[in-house]
Every structure is written in structure tokens, then in C-alpha cells.
Design a protein around this ligand. Sequence first.
Ligand SMILES: Nc1ncnc2c1ncn2[C@@H]1O[C@H](COP(=O)(O)OP(=O)(O)O)[C@@H](O)[C@H]1O
Ligand SMILES: [Mg+2]
Length: 611
Amino acid sequence: MGDSLASLRTKLILVVALITIVSFVSVLVSNLRLVKADKEESLRQSNRQVSELVAKFVISQIGEYRRGLNYIYDSWSENPEFALQAEYFPDYAWVTIVDWTGKPVFEWENTKALQKSGISSHKLLGKRNKDSLFSEVRQVLSKSDDWLFFNSTVDPLMPTFLLGSEVSSETDDIRYVALAEIFADSLYKQVQSRDGQELMLIDSHQNLLLSTREGWDPSKIILSDDQTLEIVKALNVGEERLELIEPLQMEEQLSYMKKFKAGQGLTLILQEPYKNLTAGHKKIQWQSGIVGLIVLIFVINVIIFMAHRFTSPLRKLSDLMTLVGKGEFSGRVDVKSNDEVGKLAKGFNRMLHDLSERDGELNRAKQKLIQSEKMSAFGQMSAGIAHEVKNPLAGILGYAQMAKKKLEDRPEVFNYMEIIEKETTRCKEIVENLMRFARQEKANLQKIDINKAVQDSVRLVEHQITVSGIKIVQVYALEGKPIFVNGNMNQIQQVMLNLMLNAQHAMESKGTLSVSTHFDEVHKQVMIMISDTGCGMSAEVQARIFEPFFTTKGVGKGTGLGLSVTIGIIKDHKGNIDVDSTEGKGTTFTISLPAFGADEGEAETEEKKTA
Ligand SMILES: Nc1ncnc2c1ncn2[C@@H]1O[C@H](COP(=O)(O)OP(=O)(O)O)[C@@H](O)[C@H]1O
Ligand SMILES: [Mg+2]
């Protein structure tokens, strides 16, 4: 039972611990996911804002360049002899305008700037062919009124862009195409990115237009990361996307991409290492782990404590149950709680109380049964013996008395006959007692005065007892007025004699014999108490005194029948006899008998008197 309780406790602890761990982990995981989603969203927001700003700036810058080309075209169409002032267009390396057929109408070089950098306009074009560039621009323009802008750097020390756009006046029907090589420095200078972020622009040729990565070489224009390039190519105009990208031999990058509406695929990319995003994340994970552990330890302690509290009453119950199994009903469970276990304990205690009462009753009944069986066996035997012996004894006594009369003149034989008569009388008395015990003789019960019965009984033995040196004290209820019971005078007197002679034997030659009667008017009962200051009895003796033939007196002194006859008589009178004795101090026998009411009795005596 103890083991199963222990395992009940363990199960309880395990279940609650499991629930705690599972709920904690799920809360943690969902929280982390929320945090991550939130962070990604805020990153997307901030990247979108940054990108919007940069895109606006880049578009407005290119717009500026296009307006410059328009201005040049306007000036040329007003005055074909128009000469460009280099200081107003410091960003342009050269400008060419051709008509739709491809015939150049205007050409200009920023000789000053070119000379300064020591690069010829020819070198600036590199392997590119002006005619093919014009035809590319024309092709774009024939489909839409868009423009081209791409990285055209040949010398890393002098990065350049190429801008291709239509120039024409509203009044003209003729369409012209302008092409310009533009120094990249001013744009580079103005496009910056935050620490840890890399900002890239993809040009109309799907090449790198610019990158804010430190040490980036503007002549290295091929985007090394295919994955990014794939996405850029697949993006629609005006579309944006946030992607987690893992470039070869580089850490994971969270990439925000947005394709511009104009510029033939001009795209902005904002990249940030993914670990920047998850750094805080890891810290949260770690902290939550520790908090979780602390919570778990605390919870487990609480559970152990609670489990102990819940199961300890059960343990007490089970221990008690073991005792009950051994027939021990005196234990009780001390459980104060008012829950189911408390109720169980209370029920159990009630059950124990009932059980112990029933057990006591059962024992008493068993004892009574044994006693009555014994009595009935003795009774039958005694009745048999008494019946057989009674008549011969009567004969012996009769003849002894007759012989005595005839032998008065022979004193020596006369004395023998006297002894025979005395001893035979004694035997007769024993036999009579036996018969009484066996209740062969059922006495008639009638209304008798108990005070008188007791007084008469005392008078019978008074002389014999006081002579032996014992004092007699008598107290009568109702000042000795009659108290009536339904009884037999002779039998009551016999009971009194038995008890008083026993008392005398217990005291030997000194002490006090108290005889008293009490009347309980409420319960209509009369009590007779016979008290002595004699030797008293041990518990073992007390337990057996009502057994027939039980005596502690020597052979010839006691028959052991006095008290068994007494109890028989009292039972016949529907009464009770109790003994209270202390070894060395004395003994009190209390007889209680049902009585008529005192008045009733008196009224009847009055009636008798008058009658
Ligand atoms: N008043 C008493 N004081 C002490 N012992 C007593 C008293 N009355 C009875 N007993 C005990 O009870 C026993 C049985 O008494 P009883 O039935 O009258 O038989 P007997 O008197 O023949 O022994 C006695 O032997 C004695 O031990
Ligand atoms: Mg006796």
C-alpha cells in the first residue's frame, strides 16, 4: 500500500511536471515565433522605408540627368551652333544626340574632365559600340517611353554610368535619341547604407550599378550571387520582396528587393545578415530557458509539497486499515481538510467507531453466551444431582431425628446422632441451593416492601456479625417507609444473607458493613447497596465470582454457589447486580430492582390496612 501511494505521488508529480514543461515550451516557442515574425515585419518596414528613400533619390537624380539632356536638345534645336559650357554639366563625360535614323546631330565631350583624368572618350566606351547602344535605346523607346541606365565603368578609378533616353520637343514630329556617359562619383557619394547593411542597385542590364559594400570595385559589375539575380529577374515592375538568401560561402542574408517602375529593370536591393536579426532572438531563447528552468524547479517543489499533502492522509488511512485488518479499531485518522479525502477520512473514522462498538457488543454477547451455556450445563447437572440426593437426604435426616429422640438417655450415641443431623441439614441446604440455582423452584413474586426485606435480613445476621467485631451501618431510603417491588421475600432475604456473609468473610473480625437502600423515583428503581471494608477482589476474581462453584475459600468453607444463586434470583426479579471492588480496600455490591412508585405502594398499603 505504501509503495502504491509512493507511485501515486510520483505519477502526480510526473504528470504535472510534464504539463508544465509542455505548456512552458509551447508558450516559449510561440513567443519566439511571434518575436521573430514581429522583427521580420519591422525589418521589412524599415527596409521598405530606406529603399523608398533611396529609390526616390536615385530616380530624381536620373530625372535630373534626363532633364539636362532635354535642355541640351532644346538649346541645339534653337541654335544648331550651340556650344555646351562644361562647368554647367560637370557630371557629363560626353553627350550624343542622333535622329531616329541613326544620324548624329549633336556631339559633345567634356574635354576638361577627360583630360584631367587622362582617359579618352574612346576609351570610355570600351568595347561598346555607339551604334549598337543607339539601336538598343531605340528598341526600348519603340515599345515604351522608358529609358536605360547602366554601369559603364571601364576604369575602376573613374566609374561611369550610361544613360539612354528620348529627347524631343512637343512641337516636333521628329524623334531624337540622346546618349550620355555620366560620372558616377556624385551618385555614389550620396547613396549610403546603415552599418551591417549592404545597398545595391541593379541596372537596366541586370548588372550591378552600385554597391555600398566596402571595397567594392565598380568595374566588377556581374552580380556574384545567382540566387539574388534569379529573384531580381523574376520580379515584376514595381514589385517588392523579402527573401532569406544564402549566397555561396557567405552567411545567410535577409534581402529586400524592389524593382523600379522605370529604367528597364532598375532594382534596389537591401541586404542584412540574418544573424543580426536572430542575435536578440538567441538571447531571448537563452533567457527564457533559464527562467523556464527556475519556474520548473519551483513548480516541481510545489508539486512535491502538494502531492505530499494530498497523499499523506491516504497513507494514514492505509496504515490504519492495516491495523483494522488485525482487529484493532481504536485508531482514528486526523484529517482536517474538507475535500474528498477529508470526507473519506471522516467516513472512515465513523466506520471505525461503529465497528469498535459492534466488536465490543459481539464480544460481550459471546461472553454471555459462553456463560449461559456453562450455567445451563451446570444447571442441568446440579438439578440431576440435587433431585437424586434430595429424597435420600430427607430420609436420613428424618431417621436421624427419630433415632435422636430414642437415644436421649445414651448421651455418647445421642451426640453422634446430633452430628449426623447437623451435617445432613448442611447437605440438605447445599442441595436446596443447587436446586435454586438450577431454578427448579420458581418462586412466586408478589408485592413486597424492600426496606422491610432488607431490615429483616440484617436482623437475622446482626448478632452473629457484631459478635465477630464488625460494625453495621444501615441507611434506608424514604426514612425506612415502604418501597414496593414485585418480589419474593424469602429469595430477597437469601440474596441479602449471601452478600452479608460474604462481606463478613472478607473482613474477618474488624471493619464496617454498610447496608443501604436508595429509591430513584424518576426511573422507578430501588437500589440495595452492601458495602464492606474487607480484602476486596482482583480483577480476575471479579470476572468469575458469578460462576457456580467458583470460590476462593478453603474446602468445607465455601461452596462457590452463593453469588451464582444470587444472580439467578436477581434476574428472576428483572433486576441487576453490579460489583465494585478494590483489592485491600473493600467491595460494594449494588442490586437494582424495578419498583412501584412510592405513592402507589403507600396507597395500596392504606387500602390493605382499611381492608
Ligand atoms: N464481599 C466480598 N469480598 C471479597 N470477596 C468476595 C466477596 N463476595 C464474594 N467474594 C468472592 O467471591 C467468591 C464466590 O462467592 P460465593 O459465590 O458467595 O461463594 P463462597 O462464598 O462459597 O466462596 C468468594 O469465594 C470470594 O472470593
Ligand atoms: Mg458465599
